[in-house]
Ligand binder design. Structure first.
Ligand SMILES: [Zn+2]
Length: 130
């Protein structure tokens, strides 16, 4: 009788441990998913900002015949009080003039760049990892 109850309590303990592990896995998996969603939303926002800047750059060129050399010129054109910034690090975008035109890049170098209207990520796939 005691042998039986001991084995029952052991199996109950094992079940409880398994349940705890399962719960832990579910919680950590859910947290991972939340992080990934947050990452994707920041990537999307960062790329939307760079798209906006590229559009401003095209407008600036149309108006002035040259690419804007300073971010302030684009902010002025778009009537922005605050310069656009990467949502993840909060820093403003880098703008450089290249031999082909211009390059606008994420200050973290994480969400890609746009070189003279061509994005480093696949066209229309703002969410993609690369
Ligand atoms: Zn970014």
């Amino acid at each position: 009788m005691t042998l039986l109850s001991a084995s029952v309590s052991r199996s109950r303990r094992t079940a409880l441990t398994a349940l705890c592990i399962l719960a832990f896995l579910c919680i950590s998996c859910g947290a991972g998913k939340g992080n990934r969603l947050r990452e994707a939303s920041m990537r999307r926002e960062c790329r939307a900002n760079m798209n906006a800047l590229a559009t401003d750059q095209a407008l600036y060129r149309l108006n002035n015949g040259v690419w804007a050399r300073r971010m302030e010129d684009l902010d002025e054109l778009a009537n922005r009080d605050e310069p656009l910034a990467c949502p993840e690090c909060g820093r403003t975008y880098e703008l450089e003039i290249t031999s082909e035109g211009y390059a606008i890049s994420c200050p973290m170098d994480k969400h890609g760049r746009i070189e003279t209207g061509i994005a480093s990520w696949r066209e229309g796939v703002v969410d993609a990892e690369r």
